[in-house]
Design a protein around this ligand. Structure first.
Ligand SMILES: [Zn+2]
Length: 284
């Protein structure tokens, strides 16, 4: 009798140990996969494919002629301009050729949409949110775009990165004042918010490039409204240092004096600085 009980408790112990071990293995594999995603750098030996998904706010009607006209200007691939996606591609091409000896087309952008959103996305967590609130908020926010991808059968896995551009009516700007653009390197998804209209497209294209750089591994190089010296400056070796002529893409400001910065309105004002180039793998 006693012997049997001992045998049973021994079996239970072994099962417990096996379960614990299995959990450890799963956590380790999950952690390693995340670490790899967080540290992934593209080899740039082939063109990186990017899906750009155009989403339109429920208040705006993508079937409306004016809006359709605006969107087709932004999506235009025939002539690269500062206000369209072809211009973003061209900008990456010219910036990468400053760093890589063997110039090739670094990025290829494929556009999908416009998709009409059924509801606006949840607000991302605020600056003073706790770690848990931040984690949950970011999860909900990215979850919104995940379920949209599923609903629209976007197959994000078929691309190296994806950027969602969420367009809202310029009259709704107050509603989106707190909605800032953001990106996740781990899931290689970026989200850009922009009012729709020709006057907003150049800035929007700049934000697409900025968020795209995040998904490729670049970090922000500003704090508050200030570009950080030296890596947030387009030309940190310039003498005199001010005024700078360009903005670093991960800082998005042109420091014109020690106290003053000009907001960037288009990609022609932006360059990829040395630190960003290293983070995304264009230089050692
Ligand atoms: Zn950023």
């Amino acid at each position: 009798m006693n012997f049997q009980r001992e045998e049973t408790s021994w079996t239970v112990r072994r099962i417990r140990q096996a379960i614990l071990f299995l959990i450890l293995v799963v956590v380790a594999v999950w952690g390693f996969a995340n670490w790899r995603a967080d540290n992934h750098i593209f080899a740039w030996d082939k063109t990186v494919s990017v899906l750009v998904v155009i989403v339109v706010d429920p208040e705006a009607d993508p079937e409306e002629d004016i809006l359709r006209g605006f969107l087709s200007r932004f999506l235009s691939t025939s002539i690269a301009r500062e206000i369209n996606l072809a211009g973003v591609e061209r900008w990456f091409e010219s910036e990468s050729s400053r760093y890589m000896k063997d110039p090739m087309k670094p990025l290829s952008l494929t556009a999908r949409g416009p998709i009409k959103a059924t509801a606006p996305p949840p607000l991302p967590p605020g600056e003073d949110a706790s770690f848990l609130e931040r984690w949950r908020g970011t999860k909900d926010f990215l979850g919104y775009f995940d379920s949209m991808s599923e609903r629209e059968r976007l197959v994000l896995e078929g691309y190296d990165a994806a950027i969602f551009v969420y367009f809202y009516d310029a009259a709704e700007i107050h509603k989106y004042a707190k909605q800032h653009s953001l990106a996740s390197r781990r899931s290689r998804i970026g989200v850009v918010f922009s009012a729709v209209g020709p006057t907003h497209f150049a800035r929007c294209a700049t934000l697409v490039a900025h968020e795209l750089c995040h998904t490729l591994g670049a970090s922000d190089k500003y704090e508050g409204n200030r570009s950080l010296f030296p890596h947030g400056f387009a030309d940190p070796e310039r003498t005199p240092l001010y005024p700078q002529r360009h903005a670093e893409i991960m800082a998005l400001g042109v420091p014109v004096s020690p106290k003053e910065e000009k907001r960037v309105n288009g990609l022609s004002e932006c360059v990829v600085g040395k630190k960003t180039a290293a983070e995304i793998g264009w230089v050692e």
